[in-house]
Design a protein around this ligand. Structure first.
Ligand code: NDP
Length: 291
């Protein structure tokens, strides 16, 4: 009879952040591990704000195999990694680390998680669509290459601070010029000057965290526009409420959370977990919080 695995013998992973107590990642990865019969241990690791690198290296030197990285350490993780995926290079940020001998491999799975949720779970192709990305912070940049790879008809990046939208559009141009993906027309705009309607609108601003709506004209919505908010919660965000009022189909970022985790699991374990049941269960948990 074989001994059951203990935390001393199974591969160990962490989500590292500050704060990190709220993270759903341990529960998500425990479900993935059970479903795929992978023996692993996944915990939260609170790193001091000035101690990210030391915490990661201590974990690795103690036998850790990999880590998810969350706020505020994704830029430091990017610097720490000595091999990067193309999407992490474009994102300028890393949310997944894998320790391969002396190598620290860095990936960014947020953007592909977003795409997999829209295309795979929502069943909405991005190919040939007019796409509006609201925001030009870390989440928007992380999504840039995975979105361009889907070959939308055009990508408009709109941000409160126009210069940041322009920077992201310039980055997109250089990524396309490098041959990393096919050419897509990319434009930068302020939020209020948007003039056309869009097939898909992704809210990658942090306005929802403050129950705020980015100040966009409602003419951007048309019936059946997919309005996607990267944030999720027990209730639709203010952005999704506005979008629904104007006929849009609405989706929050819970699926993005699950899909970015599935992609990290694939990076570590070489096996892709199935996500639909977990997503349904997490959605039900959120509903329970309401009652
Ligand atoms: P950043 O702080 O890097 O960027 C914030 C962006 O929001 C900037 O473009 C900023 O504009 C804009 N913004 C902030 N407040 C407002 C406002 N009131 N009106 C209009 N624009 C505003 O944040 P992140 O990019 O890291 O995160 C953005 C969102 O994505 C958050 O809600 C986060 O929770 C979510 N997220 C979800 C994930 C998931 O798995 N579901 C993963 C990662 C992020 P300006 O440049 O003018 O300051």
């Amino acid at each position: 009879m074989s001994a059951s695995p203990t935390s001393a013998t199974v591969d160990r992973y962490v989500v590292i952040g500050n704060p990190v107590a709220h993270s759903k990642s341990p529960a998500i990865h425990a479900r993935f591990a059970a479903q795929t019969a992978q023996a692993l241990d996944y915990q939260r690791l609170l790193a001091p704000l000035d101690g990210f690198v030391a915490s990661v290296l201590a974990f690795r030197d103690g036998g850790g195999k990999g880590a998810n990285v969350t706020v505020p350490f994704k830029l430091e993780a990017f610097t720490l990694a000595n091999r990067l995926t193309p999407r992490a290079q474009v994102a300028g940020a890393v949310n997944t680390l894998r320790f391969d001998g002396g190598e620290i491999f860095g990936d960014n799975t947020d953007g592909i998680g977003l795409v997999n949720d829209i295309v795979g779970n929502a069943g909405c192709s991005l190919h040939g669509k007019r796409l509006l990305l609201l925001g030009a912070g870390g989440a928007a940049r992380g999504a840039l290459l995975p979105l361009l790879e889907q070959m939308p008809a055009e990508l408009v990046i709109a941000n409160r601070t126009l210069a940041k939208a322009q920077e992201l559009a310039t980055l997109a141009q250089s990524v396309m010029a490098s041959g990393a993906c096919a050419n897509v027309p990319v434009l930068a705009s302020t939020l209020s000057e948007l003039q056309q309607t869009f097939d898909i609108i992704i809210n990658a601003t942090s306005a929802s965290l403050h129950d705020d709506v980015p100040p966009i004209p409602v003419s951007v919505f048309q019936p059946k526009t997919l309005a996607y908010d990267m944030m999720y919660g027990t209730r639709p965000t203010a952005f999704l409420q506005l979008a629904a009022l104007h006929g849009a189909d609405c989706r929050d970022g819970l699926g993005m959370l699950v899909e970015q985790a599935a992609e990290a699991f694939l990076c570590w374990r070489g096996v892709r977990p199935e996500t639909s049941q977990l997503l349904a269960d997490l959605r039900a948990d959120l509903q329970k919080e309401l009652t």
